[in-house]
Design a protein. Structure first.
Length: 514
């Protein structure tokens, strides 16, 4: 099989691509308002209680109605997954991978359609939506190939008169809890990693983006996935999330989301419930407070661009977003001025218009939380640009820069998950590294400098899972920059990396005396 290079991003400067995407948007517009069922063992189940998914750029527009699973259906899904696991785990790894490769090919053919759902349901601008779908394709292709690489296990030594083998077997039933911000890429990646490894899963998508998840589940079954391998159980975290995390037959939980929820899941999963005969495994990716550090020996235009695009891509709703800029005092004023000027050129509005760089934030709760942080910022620092929101039609917040923040201020310490960046002045490189490492998180970071000594020091001292030099701190590519962080950013489960599938498996040694 040929080595995989990542799915290219669409060039929307080309008229034919622009036209194709517009046609996809028109098609998705014609599909709005449909109902999507819970899917258990391949059976579609419509329930009375539904999640109404709305367009965050236009609150009046309903994307779809998605049936919600209750505890009874969650239990039914668990039993179905347990039964199916007994056969699925025996499938040859290459046959499991073939289904994933077919799904990737189908997703590639329908790339713009899925991206258009992301524009509508998640409020992603065209380029962000296109990158999300490309990443989903990458995850499918990459994990399929990784399974083929590890299917025979790894060689171990054998002495005279013995034959030793070391290989991996699947864990069991996994609960996949996916986030709204990469509602296709992360949802698909976490689901497929578990499935291709031989596990069966219950997928509980984010309640603000369940339609794109439903479309993906449809695609997986069209690709030939056996019934019962992937069970689709949208629902409330309090009602079925806790129930499934606590379930004695749950073998692992794969979670992406907030620190608060991730820690709670970890705590609940650690408790042994009656009938449970294993320690549950938790794979958690939980957020960040990420810093772009600018030295006094840096390209200052690159620095300003790295700060602005890391902070405001997808309205700052990325765990990798650069929400802190730590800048050497010698160049602080110049970089701040350049960043403010660049931010003022960004357009904000309906993401269906290609010309808008930024769309809305995801929902009312996020809007209120971010606007509260902006009020905190006005107390703690100096508002340079932005600072206003408008939720009359959709949840729009201007890209916002605060200057002169204290390194221990709330804006410098707490994850905002919105288009707000805090600027902080540093005395020297030691001071920069101290500030860069002074949060509870450790996900991504960037250093903009031409000083080789500082690059090598940062490589050792800047304590993050993904560190970038002379570029922004978002946009990890599957198979190129395996993604995951330290400290309260999660379990450093490197998504899109060579050891990610192993988190969904356990190693078995067999020794035969000849």
């Amino acid at each position: 099989m040929k080595p995989y290079t990542h799915e290219p991003f669409t060039n929307f400067a080309e008229e034919k691509n622009k036209q194709a995407f517009q046609e996809a948007l028109n098609y998705v517009q014609s599909q709005l308002g449909k109902e999507y069922p819970v899917i258990i063992g391949g059976e579609s189940i419509h329930t009375d209680k539904k999640i109404t998914s709305i367009n965050p750029a236009n609150k009046e527009e309903v994307i779809g109605q998605v049936s919600m699973a209750d505890q009874e259906l969650a239990e039914k899904a668990m039993q179905e997954a347990l039964t199916t696991f007994e056969t699925w785990k025996k499938w040859k790894p290459e046959h499991r991978a073939n289904i994933i490769f077919r799904a990737a090919a189908m997703l590639r053919r329908r790339k713009h359609e899925f991206s258009a759902y992301l524009v509508k349901e998640a409020g992603k601008p065209w380029k962000e939506a296109d990158a999300d779908t490309a990443e989903a394709i990458d995850f499918l292709e990459y994990y399929g190939r990784q399974m083929l690489r590890i299917k025979e296990g790894f060689p171990v030594n054998s002495r005279d008169g013995e034959f030793n083998q070391f290989h991996y077997i699947p864990l069991g039933v996994g609960i996949i809890i996916s986030p709204f911000n990469f509602p296709l890429a992360i949802m698909a990646g976490t689901t497929v990693a578990a499935i291709v490894s031989g596990n069966t899963v219950l997928l509980k998508p984010a309640n603000s983006t369940p339609v794109v998840a439903a479309k993906f589940v449809e695609l997986m079954y069209e690709a030939g996935l056996p019934k019962g391998v992937l069970n689709f159980v949208p629902g409330s975290g309090a009602q079925i999330g806790d129930y499934l995390v606590d379930h004695p037959k749950t073998r692992f939980v794969s979670f992406t989301g907030s620190r608060e929820v991730g820690c709670r899941i970890n705590e609940r999963a650690a408790k042994i419930n009656p009938g449970q005969i294993w320690i549950k495994r938790v794979i958690a990716e939980m957020g960040g407070k990420d810093t772009v550090v600018v030295d006094n020996d840096a390209d200052l235009d690159l620095a300003a661009a790295s700060i602005v695009y890391s902070a405001f891509g997808f309205s700052g709703q990325k765990c990798s977003a650069g929400s802190r800029a730590v800048i050497h005092q010698d160049v602080y004023d110049v970089v701040l001025e350049k960043a403010v000027a660049l931010t003022k050129t960004l357009t904000i509005g309906n993401p269906e218009d290609l010309n808008n760089y930024m769309g809305p934030v995801i929902d009312d709760k996020s809007f209120k939380k971010i606007m509260n942080y902006i009020e905190v910022g006005k107390e703690e620092g100096r508002l340079m640009t932005g600072g206003e929101g408008d939720d009359s039609k959709g949840y729009f917040i201007q890209p916002t820069i605060f200057a002169d923040l204290d390194e221990k201020s709330r804006l410098m310490q707490e994850e905002i998950f919105g288009p707000v960046v805090a600027f902080c002045k540093a005395r020297d490189f030691d001071h920069m590294m101290t500030i860069a490492n002074n949060t509870d998180y450790g996900l991504t970071g960037a250093l903009i400098t031409n000083n080789r000594e500082h690059i090598e020091r940062a490589r050792e001292e800047f304590h993050v899972g993904n560190l970038y030099f002379n570029r922004g701190c978002t946009g990890a590519i599957v198979g190129y920059q395996p993604f995951g962080g330290f400290n309260m950013s999660g379990t450093d489960s490197k998504a899109g990396g060579p050891d990610y599938l192993l988190l969904h498996m356990q190693a078995k040694t067999t020794a035969e005396t000849l």
